[in-house]
Design a protein around this ligand. Structure first.
Ligand code: NDP
Length: 248
């Protein structure tokens, strides 16, 4: 457990880090936290005004100027990912960190009544888009001296739970993708690949999943950042193929 990791202020100085789903929730806080530790962050998400707000907050806090890339991961196909990778290559020439954070909850309903279309959307955003982005960005991550890929898992992606449907299955698949990629890169690349389970965290998604819960009783995104910083920074060099819990 490294949730009590203490990150030096300059931990991510000069690093280029992509955060998906950077406009809200955990992704928004991760982008701001990485910037506060010196990183130039690329903010990818589907709602441009939200990304612009995060951009402004980072600038106002004196962080390195971020980049914004609007993309709907449910609509995007491989051409859009390739176009994005070219843009990152032209602007930065490499990528040091990739946080797959964007996620869709979908329905909370039994498999027997789960909508086929919703199932496909959840798998598209949570798994297929993460695969596509990773695939096109690997050459840019290779150009970093120590690239870090971080996938976002969930407790229901480690043990199945009734009514969590595609979300649960997508998070199992996310762990699988992390493990397969980590194994492929082991010994032949400086890129490390891990996953983080945020644990219950105060966001819109959590509120949607647990409407009766008092949000004030739930851990904030800020409180789970030590694990994210550890995984993006050089202190986790050489650590790969592992699943981390951001909360005890
Ligand atoms: P939020 O719903 O608060 O944020 C999700 C982010 O993903 C938003 O920025 C959202 O954009 C973005 N997103 C959703 N769909 C798309 C899409 N089609 N294209 C691009 N971006 C998209 O969720 P959290 O911050 O809580 O979740 C972040 C990650 O953590 C997810 O992977 C989630 O599964 C995981 N997680 C969260 C837990 C929690 O308790 N909060 C617990 C376990 C795991 P927009 O705002 O524009 O809709």
């Amino acid at each position: 457990f490294i949730g009590d990791y203490h990150a030096p202020k300059e931990l991510l100085k000069d690093k280029i880090i992509l955060v998906t789903g950077a406009g809200d929730g955990i992704g928004r806080t991760a982008a701001k936290t990485f910037a506060a530790h010196g990183a130039t962050v690329i903010l990818l998400g589907r709602t441009t005004p939200k990304l612009e707000k995060v951009y402004d907050e980072i600038e106002a806090a004196g962080g390195p100027q971020p980049a914004i890339f609007p993309m709907d991961l449910n609509e995007a196909r491989i051409e859009a990912f390739e176009h994005f990778a070219e843009a990152v290559d032209q602007e930065f020439g490499r990528l040091d960190g990739l946080l797959h954070n964007a996620g869709l909850l979908g329905q909370r309903t039994p498999i027997a009544s789960y909508h086929f279309d919703t199932w496909q959307q959840v798998m598209q955003v949570n798994v297929n888009a993460a695969f596509g982005l990773t695939k096109v960005l690997l050459p840019l991550l290779e150009k970093s001296d120590a690239g870090s890929v971080v996938f976002t898992g969930s407790g229901v992606g480690l043990k199945g739970r009734a009514y969590w449907g595609a979300y649960s299955v997508s998070k199992f698949a996310t762990e699988g993708l992390m493990q397969v990629l980590a194994d492929e890169l082991d010994g032949v690349s400086n890129i490390r690949v891990n996953s983080v389970n945020p644990g219950a965290t105060r966001t819109n998604m959590r509120a949607a999943a647990y409407p009766a819960e008092n949000p004030a009783s739930v851990t904030t995104p800020e409180e789970i950042m030590p694990t994210y910083l550890y995984l993006m920074g050089d202190d986790s060099r050489g650590v790969s193929g592992r699943q981390f819990n951001a909360q005890q």
